[in-house]
Design a protein. Structure first.
Length: 319
């Protein structure tokens, strides 16, 4: 979605809490490298995080152009048409969609990717967002069980997991509403991210954009997993000299994040100053990650009890 298309209204409409649209204290920097125990705090705070070598023994890390082509036989899949000079997607002239798409036998598409990777350059096709369960069912079983990090997110989208196969391809600047675990299983991917509130500084559609706030690139290698929070702006590119394969898992906002948002709304509507103060404390506890998961859960539960007591008392006095 381009930054000029009512981005803030859409983020709010889908339920992103207002506190995640504030840039106080945020500066473009390298994505934090963490271990799995730290991921719940980043999910609660809606901040990106990188787990290095999280899926090194996962079966998909052994995929290649030839093995995928052989496993999927005569299947035909949708591919995005790309500019062979820049690696950027070609827009559809017929439908007005941002991606022009056609269907190809996967064996033919994989052979072309392998050829381009051997000589270097930008492939004319990008196999993007292929739903493993529906479009590549022969590979779906190899993505089970999913990465352990997935347990930190909410319910999976029906399109998950989805695979991406490319050489020298780029996905322009955009944001996604669902949370995303981006798992690189072969080659590399370069990603850079911007805070949700910076839409006004990210103008254009990725081809002719003016970025006021620069952000560093983060390189992901096979086995790495990147958590891209809800509504974070990002762009992704694959190196022109090798096949890049990744799997994305999209999920709804986790229960704890949505619960915190619902509690905020209840408190705001109550108009009780003491409750509003307590809501601020809850936000700090949930988003700071202090005290560990058990402590955060206990804080949220205790504050919910306090809120319910306050609201019950308020209702009783107004009758």
């Amino acid at each position: 979605m381009a930054a000029s298309d009512g981005w803030r209204q859409r983020m709010v409409a889908v339920g992103l809490p207002w506190r995640f649209l504030e840039t106080v204290g945020w500066k473009p920097s390298e994505v934090a490298e963490i271990d799995l125990a730290q991921l719940p705090a980043h999910v609660a705070a809606n901040t990106p995080a990188l787990l290095r070598s999280h899926t090194t023994d996962w079966p998909p890390t052994r995929w290649s152009a030839s093995t995928v082509g052989e496993a999927c036989g005569d299947r035909t899949v949708p591919v995005r048409l790309m500019d062979g000079e820049t690696g950027l997607p070609l827009a559809s002239r017929d439908t007005g969609q941002k991606y022009a798409v056609e269907k190809l036998p996967i064996v033919e598409a994989m052979a072309e990717l392998e050829r381009v990777a051997s000589v270097g350059g930008h492939a004319r096709w990008y196999l993007a967002q292929l739903q493993l369960r529906h479009e590549l069912p022969e590979l779906a079983h190899e993505a089970r069980p999913p990465p352990e990090a997935l347990s930190c997110l909410g319910l999976l989208s029906r399109t998950s997991p989805a695979a991406y196969f490319g050489v020298g391809n780029c996905t322009p600047l955009h944001f996604d509403v669902p949370e995303n675990l981006l798992c690189v299983v072969r080659g590399r991917k370069d990603v850079r991210l911007w805070h949700p509130a910076l839409g006004d500084a990210l103008v254009g559609d990725g081809r002719d954009k003016s970025i006021v706030v620069e952000a560093p690139w983060t390189t992901l290698y096979s086995g790495d997993v990147l958590y891209i929070p809800s509504c974070w702006w990002h762009e992704v590119s694959c190196p022109p000299s090798e096949l890049s394969i990744s799997i994305s898992y999209w999920a709804d906002s986790p229960h704890g994040k949505m619960e915190a948002r619902n509690l905020e709304e209840e408190i705001e509507s109550s108009g009780d100053s003491a409750s509003i103060g307590r809501a601020a404390q809850l936000n700090d506890a949930v988003t700071s990650g202090s005290g560990g998961q058990e402590s955060r859960d206990g804080t949220e539960t205790a504050m919910r009890w306090e809120l319910e007591a306050l609201m019950t008392s308020d209702k009783a006095t107004t009758k």
